[in-house]
Each structure stands twice: as structure tokens, then as C-alpha cells.
Design a protein around this ligand. Structure first.
Ligand code: HEC
Ligand code: HEC
Length: 292
């Protein structure tokens, strides 16, 4: 019934266009579950490596690096073990500044750099509010994750497009819109050249080469993977790929030669991207300066 009523509405946009507008919770759910893939880190997985839907967002992967050991926390509205007691402003600050609330355990302490706040900084205010609304609408799940251990000061690298910022008006341009999506999807964090423990966005944007070891808490036996060159270079990058090949790699995890990409590349989440967003992401990738 609902579906039929909706289709009717679509044909009479001018009359009931308002009813078609996405609610903030729907918009937040779209961002969280597609381009931003929060659950990839924050949702627990079963022994076979599949995300456990009934415990979505209740705490996930443990990352062990020379600088920290940190587990993606429970971000459901559970008051004791999740973020149920946090204010909207506190959640927004954690997302875009990577800083915890100024109270309780670890008051005001920065989150480990693995939480991509340096990219989420780019979020437009309405998208940020939509994400908070969606998190608040989730089922509270009780699950306490281990406290983090920090061995070095948090170093969160500045991502140029996030520092420069975006405006809603600017996103009328498909390439800019693609840049926005690639930023909040932190694609280039994995896909840029990696030197001295940091992504090189200034001279190695999209060049690939970063190696990812198998991770604790990630799908059983996740093999090490090396991120690909996704600059517009026709030989080393994706310059010679067709749009269809790029769509298939991003949403189905199938390489140009038909091989299966390793699941570190979040294609299962990107599979939910709508056509317009995918087209704009591809339009942007085609403009990333070629690098070998
Ligand atoms: C690459 C993995 C990764 C992704 C993607 C990610 N996070 Fe996180 N997030 C973490 C880790 C790890 C921490 C904890 C860091 C620490 O303890 O220092 C964290 C911390 C947080 C916190 C603070 C919670 C607390 O109890 O301290 C919030 C809120 C949060 N993330 C929300 C999100 C949302 C919403 C998204 C998607 C828009 C997201 N995260 C995407 C890994 C990730
Ligand atoms: C967590 C790290 C990570 C993130 C985030 C990520 N990727 Fe990837 N991506 C990889 C890795 C690793 C591979 C290579 C996998 C393999 O070789 O099996 C890859 C492969 C690809 C490929 C295939 C390239 C080729 O030559 O085979 C494309 C295209 C791609 N990614 C685009 C994107 C886009 C667009 C985004 C953001 C929406 C993104 N990636 C986000 C890690 C990541």
C-alpha cells in the first residue's frame, strides 16, 4: 500500500513533493550505512566475518598500532555502555573534532586517529545533524568494549578538502559533490601514498600503495591488502576504466580483470549508494590528478 501511495506521489511531485523529502533519520541512515560505512568498524562480526545485524553499532574492531590499541566503541543509545547519555553537541564534537565529552572516563581526551574525524570535519551541518538523529533512533544494545590504551599523542592528519570545507550551494557541481562524498567516505585515507606512518595527501593523493596487515577483530583470516592507485592515470590508475567497471569495483568489489577485491574495501556498504552519488564519485575520481 505504502509503496503504491509513494509511486502516486512521485508522479504528482508538485502536489505532494513535501512527502517525498527524506527525513533526517533516513538521510542519516543512508550516509551511515553506505558511503560512511560506520558499521564496518563499529558493528561486531560473527566467527564467519559477517556483521551481526541484531547488535549493529554496539562495538567492533580492535585496532592495534604502534600509537594505540583502540576498539571501535558502542555507539548505540545504551546509557551505560553506549552513547545514550551524550548530548547531541557531544556526539557532533566526537564526529567532527574527534574529542570525547568533557566528563566521565577519559574526559576531553582525543579519540585515536583511526576514527576518521579529520574527514568528517567536512560534513555539512544538516548531514551531521542527520547522522546524530539516526544514531539516536537505533536500538540500544548493552555491550561494553575494552578501554583504549594510548602510547603516543594523537596525530590526526589534515585532509585538504575537509580543511577547505564544502557548501550546499557548491554541491550543485557534480565534481564537487563527488569530492564531498569521497571526503566523508575517507576513500583517500586508504588510497593515498603512505610515508612515515601518515597518508601523503599533498603529493600522493590517490596514488595507492598503502599496505594493510590482517586485522584483529576483522573478518576471520582477512588477508593483507594493498590499496590501489585510483588517480586518473590511464595506466597506473583508473583513467582507462569505463564507468561500468568503476561502478562494479566500488559496489561489488570486482576488479577490472574480474578478480574479487579484499573486503577491506567497503563495497558491501557502497552497494547501497544511489546512482547519482555513484556517478558523482566517479566524476570526481576522473579529475584526481594522475600519479604513477
Ligand atoms: C575506520 C574505523 C572507524 C570508522 C569508519 C568509524 N569509526 Fe567511530 N570510532 C572508531 C574507533 C576505533 C573509535 C574509538 C577510538 C578511541 O577509543 O580512541 C571510534 C569512536 C567513535 C565515537 C566515540 C565513542 C566513544 O564512546 O568514545 C563515536 C561517537 C563514533 N566513533 C561514531 C562513528 C560514526 C557515526 C561513524 C560513521 C559516520 C564512525 N564512527 C566511523 C573507529 C571508526
Ligand atoms: C579501509 C580502506 C579503504 C577505503 C576507505 C576505501 N578503499 Fe578502495 N580499496 C582498498 C583496498 C585495500 C583495495 C584493493 C583491494 C584488493 O586489491 O583486493 C581497494 C580497491 C579499490 C578499487 C579497485 C582499484 C583496482 O585497481 O583494482 C577502487 C576503484 C576503489 N578501491 C575505490 C574506492 C573508493 C571510491 C572509496 C571511497 C568511496 C574507497 N575505495 C574506499 C581500500 C579502501
Amino acid at each position: 500500500m505504502l509503496r503504491i501511495a509513494f509511486a502516486g506521489c512521485a508522479m504528482m511531485m508538485s502536489i505532494c513533493g513535501g512527502a517525498l523529502a527524506e527525513s533526517p533519520v533516513e538521510r542519516g541512515g543512508y550516509l551511515v550505512n553506505t558511503i560512511m560505512a560506520c558499521g564496518n568498524c563499529h558493528t561486531p562480526r560473527d566467527a564467519g566475518g559477517k556483521p551481526v545485524a541484531a547488535q549493529a553499532f554496539s562495538g567492533g574492531i580492535t585496532f592495534t598500532t604502534p600509537a594505540f590499541i583502540a576498539t571501535a566503541p558502542n555507539i548505540t543509545p545504551d546509557v551505560e555502555t553506549g552513547i545514550g547519555s551524550w548530548s547531541d553537541a557531544e556526539i557532533r564534537r566526537a564526529l567532527v573534532e574527534g574529542i570525547r565529552p568533557d566528563r566521565g572516563h577519559l574526559a576531553g581526551v582525543p579519540l585515536a586517529a583511526i576514527m576518521p574525524a579529520n574527514f568528517y570535519k567536512a560534513l555539512l551541518p544538516d548531514d551531521l545533524d542527520a547522522i546524530v538523529a539516526y544514531l539516536r533512533a537505533q536500538k540500544p544494545v548493552r555491550n561494553a568494549v575494552p578501554h583504549p590504551v594510548y602510547k603516543a599523542a594523537v596525530q590526526r592528519d589534515a585532509y585538504p578538502d575537509a580543511e577547505a570545507g564544502f557548501s550546499r550551494a557548491g554541491l550543485a557541481d557534480p565534481v564537487r559533490r563527488g569530492a564531498y562524498l569521497v571526503t566523508i567516505g575517507h576513500c583517500m585515507e586508504c588510497h593515498s601514498a603512505w610515508s612515515r606512518g601518515a597518508s601523503d595527501y599533498r603529493t600522493g593523493l590517490g596514488r595507492g600503495g598503502r599496505a594493510f596487515p590482517a586485522r584483529e577483530g576483522s573478518p576471520a583470516g582477512t588477508p593483507p591488502a594493498i590499496a590501489a592507485n585510483i588517480t586518473s592515470d590511464p595506466a597506473a590508475g583508473i583513467g582507462g576504466w569505463t564507468d561500468a567497471e568503476l561502478r562494479r569495483a566500488i559496489t561489488q568489489g570486482i576488479g577490472r580483470d574480474g578478480r574479487a577485491l579484499k573486503p577491506l574495501m567497503a563495497y558491501a556498504s557502497y552497494a547501497g549508494l544511489n546512482d547519482a552519488d555513484l556517478a558523482d564519485i566517479i566524476a570526481y575520481l576522473r579529475r584526481v590528478p594522475p600519479l604513477q
